[in-house]
Design a protein around this ligand. Sequence first.
Ligand code: APR
Length: 230
Amino acid sequence: MREKLVVLTGAGISAESGLATFRGSDGLWEGHRVEDVASPEGWARNPELVLDFYNQRRQAARLAQPNAGHLALVALEQAYDVVIVTQNVDDLHERAGSSHVIHLHGKLMESRSTRHEELVYPMTSDVIQLGDVCEKGHQLRPNIVWFGEQVPLMEQAMQEAATADVFLVVGTSLQVYPAASLLHYTRPDCPIYIIDPNQPPVSAGPNVHFVREPATTGVPRVAQELLSGN
Ligand code: APR
């Protein structure tokens, strides 16, 4: 049986595709406080601002291309059963060709009803506007998990982490829970590779390998190492 390789990715893997990370040096996300554009309270205060913000993110994501980091994760499928658990809402993993991607924080390219959570629609344009409604007549919003909201796919992600033979963490500051807790569900002897130019808060251990490099060089390097050892 093939070994299972689970990868937790964050904004850093898409940084070199031109998409901004969340926690830039100014603490803002594209000029906004995260709580203004990514929380139910922000939505209640100013839905138009939130829609505009995600409309812009969607346009940027559509223009961006997968980079060597995304592609190296696809190459790992030659030898491993690869499961990507991403905090990213862009679709660069899918567009690179990865076949099993769990979007913990939702998807930019989907809208959903504000009233009926189960009514989710693929986006046919880049824009959601005030007045765009679901089939039951309620306003649409981005299908994104905001701060303070449940993370419905967390249980599934925990099961993947618990059965991983190798675990990679790429481009996440591990500041946001519950995603950051996934590492704690790995088996004690599971090798863990942390690929990030800045070291996130993970304790060193005999099976923890820090690769302090950008995703476009660090992920291909680790992938090559894993593929040549298999
Ligand atoms: N290659 C790899 N990692 C990089 C690169 C790069 N080229 N550039 C930056 N990084 C790293 C940073 O060092 C940092 O550790 O990517 C990480 C980005 O961290 P955040 O901006 O906090 O993004 P992320 O961890 O994905 O945020 C988690 O927070 O705002 C919410 O819901 C949102 O999913 C998001 C969650």
